[in-house]
Design a protein around this ligand. Structure first.
Ligand code: HEC
Ligand code: HEC
Length: 173
């Protein structure tokens, strides 16, 4: 009896996911149209709370949260936007490359996903300080100062902290 109920629930969830994926390429309920008219009609906002997903919580301090409690540990993570003052949870730019070079000259490159999020892989272990730049449509936007952490969002909030002008953004937007 219990087993039958559980499998029915699974089928329903699977069907829901398929419908959602074909419509928007994202699981349903995890995003919605952004209501701010200035962001354009196609702008999306994360509404999934702390549900595990590579698209979760764009604009928030990934590593601040992921360094304690649940969730994978990342050395480098964040979100790339087009506007310096983009609001928390708004989706960013897909397909930008975040290029991090560590003090030994090792280069780590990450492509942003649909939410504009990027994150390091498990084995990535940069030796600090690091430099960073964003490459998009052949244009580069580089950070002038080296940093001692890969927690980009610690400084790159909408208002900007630690001297940062705001979000990590692509050039020429
Ligand atoms: C407020 C806390 C919080 C913030 C901020 C946060 N996360 Fe998470 N994240 C979590 C938790 C908790 C989990 C694990 C959820 C679970 O196991 O159900 C998780 C899981 C994940 C996973 C694993 C998904 C999977 O399929 O296994 C990825 C990837 C991830 N987060 C990326 C990010 C990125 C990138 C950012 C920043 C843009 C971010 N997170 C910001 C709390 C957070
Ligand atoms: C400790 C604070 C701090 C951290 C951490 C940090 N930055 Fe920055 N970032 C700054 C400051 C300050 C500036 C402006 C001065 C400069 O360019 O050095 C800046 C500027 C930038 C710029 C150019 C301007 C802009 O806002 O787009 C990019 C691109 C950038 N950072 C990317 C990154 C990336 C990617 C990471 C994570 C790997 C990161 N930053 C981590 C402080 C930080």
């Amino acid at each position: 009896m219990t087993v039958r109920k559980a499998s029915l629930g699974f089928v329903t969830l699977g069907f829901g996911l398929m419908v959602g994926l074909s419509a928007q390429n994202l699981p349903p309920g995890l995003n919605s149209k952004n209501t701010a008219p200035s962001d354009g009609p196609s702008a999306l906002k994360w509404t999934g709370g702390n549900r595990e997903s590579q698209y979760m919580n764009p604009g928030l301090d990934c590593i601040g949260c992921h360094s304690k409690g649940e969730g994978p540990r990342f050395k480098i993570a964040g979100t790339v936007y087009t506007k310096l003052d983009e609001k928390d949870l708004d989706f960013g730019v897909e397909g930008a490359s975040v290029v991090v070079t560590d003090s030994k000259g090792t280069v780590f490159t990450y492509k942003t996903n649909k939410a504009g999020n990027f994150m390091s892989r498990g084995s990535d272990s940069p030796v600090y300080p690091i430099t960073a730049k964003v490459v998009f449509n052949g244009k580069e936007n580089a950070m002038a100062s080296p940093q001692r952490t890969g927690n980009c969002m610690m400084c790159h909030s909408a208002a900007g902290k630690g001297g940062a002008p705001g979000r990590v953004i692509v050039a020429g937007k």
